[in-house]
Write a new protein. Structure first.
Length: 94
């Protein structure tokens, strides 16, 4: 009666469970709290409290990361380098 169930269960246990593709982020220096919150949810976040914008863009491009920023110039620079960018426009830090 449960033979098919046990066979299906054994088959599933022997298969590798695919990992979900989760995005990786490069967080602008002014958004440390957002970086901490994303890390608590298990996201890969690169955050330096002092990093020049150009260096952040280079790292994000090289590591295929999404940039999160409030800085208009950084967002424009990142977009010009074909980097996916999330530009925060309101005070969402806290």
């Amino acid at each position: 009666m449960y033979g098919h169930y046990q066979q299906a269960r054994a088959t599933l246990q022997n298969q590798a469970i695919p990992k979900l593709n989760r995005p990786s982020f490069a967080i602008d220096a002014m958004l440390g709290t957002i970086s901490k919150k994303l890390r608590m949810f298990g996201f890969d976040c690169l955050y330096y409290n002092t990093i020049p914008d150009d260096d952040l863009v280079l790292v994000a491009k090289k590591q295929n990361r999404i940039i999160i920023t409030k800085d208009e110039r950084l967002a424009i620079n990142a977009i010009q380098h074909d980097i996916i960018t999330i530009k925060l426009q309101t005070r969402t830090e806290k």
